[in-house]
Design a protein around this ligand. Structure first.
Ligand code: ADP
Length: 311
């Protein structure tokens, strides 16, 4: 598959329109997309809104320049990301739609998530109410449960990879560091890249390797960050953060009130020994999710800016 990029300015309009054509060797142009608004930038990729000119659906397109894939390893990593992401289908995971390439770029077409990521949410809101945290953390657990059931470990769970749809539903994305185990009980020894909410056993480069428990660790870091407003091991430099992770040095600031159920769940998760961490089923059944009332399935869009009225 190949594509062509055409930019043209309509007469009387100064802004040019970029059309990306998906070309197949035998069939010629098979699809045309109009490139729209810039959505964001990652390590290698730039992300734009794409409109499929036939169906008029609006998608998110991750554009990766081939010039960034000259090293075999970078290309292999991207191919592994595509292979894993393509195989997944769950309402709390960014839906992979399609991918194609031309001489310049690789294009990955994804479900568009209109309300940015939980990173922007926390920047704006500082921290969330417990009800909101319960609602989001349950959805995050559903996405991790689905991955682990399919022998996939995400290995880079963090606020910036948790997207929010127009309906405010959690969509886990970015499978750049993910791995698929070939058999139950397989242990992974290496990881390319630096996960943000890294588990201590990865830092120690343990002989025994790492597995699903690294995602549970990151889930704990996410829970803490949503409720407290900053990550538990945050410092001004990576080295000190890693030291704090290795020595399990974190605390709950006194000035922030959180329930003992929330604290207990986080304490159970953030333990150095991976086998001592709760399983996903333990977490679904944790007291933190046993509230008197019911936990909403979705929150209103207004909560992007202010807490929900009843909390
Ligand atoms: P990389 O893999 O290079 O880190 P990301 O997957 O993090 O790239 O994407 C980079 C940015 O593009 C994100 O921070 C976000 O702003 C935007 N983005 C990525 N995927 C989507 C999506 N499905 N919907 C909307 N915006 C997206």
């Amino acid at each position: 598959m190949a594509s062509n990029r055409r930019s043209s300015a309509e007469p009387g309009h100064s802004e040019s329109v970029t059309i990306i054509e998906e070309v197949q060797k035998e069939k010629g142009v098979i699809r045309r997309y109009q490139q729209g608004r810039f959505l964001g930038k990652g390590g290698f990729a730039k992300c734009y809104e794409f409109t499929n000119l036939e169906g008029k659906q609006v998608l998110a397109a991750k554009i990766i320049p081939k010039s960034s894939l000259t090293k075999n390893r970078a290309r292999q990593k991207l191919m592994s990301e595509i292979k894993i992401h393509k195989s997944l289908n769950h309402r709390n995971i960014v839906q992979f739609l399609h991918f194609f390439e031309d001489s310049e770029n690789v294009y990955i077409l994804l479900e568009k998530c209109a309300n940015q990521t939980m990173n922007e949410l926390i920047k704006r809101r500082k921290r969330l109410t417990e009800l909101e945290a319960q609602c989001y953390l349950l959805q995050i657990l559903y996405s991790i449960k689905y991955l682990h059931n399919n022998r996939v470990i995400h290995r880079d769970l963090k606020l910036g990879n948790l997207f929010l749809s127009d309906q405010m539903e959690i969509k886990l994305g970015d499978f750049g560091l993910a791995t698929k185990l070939e058999y139950d009980g397989e242990r992974k020894r290496t990881i390319c890249g630096t996960p943000n909410y890294i588990a201590p056993e990865i830092l120690e480069g343990k002989e025994a390797g790492h597995s699903y428990e690294v995602d549970v660790w990151s889930f704990g870091v996410i829970a803490y960050t949503l409720l407290i407003g900053k990550p538990p091991f945050e410092t001004n430099d990576v080295k000190s953060t890693y030291k704090k992770i290795r020595t399990n040095e974190y605390s709950f600031p006194e000035q922030i009130q959180i329930s003992s159920a929330a604290k207990n769940m986080i304490k159970k998760i953030l333990v150095t020994e991976p086998t001592k961490r709760p399983s996903l089923d333990d977490l679904f059944n944790d007291d933190f999710f046993k509230t008197g009332g019911s936990i909403p399935k979705l929150l209103p869009v207004s909560t992007l800016a202010c807490p929900p009225s009843v909390s």
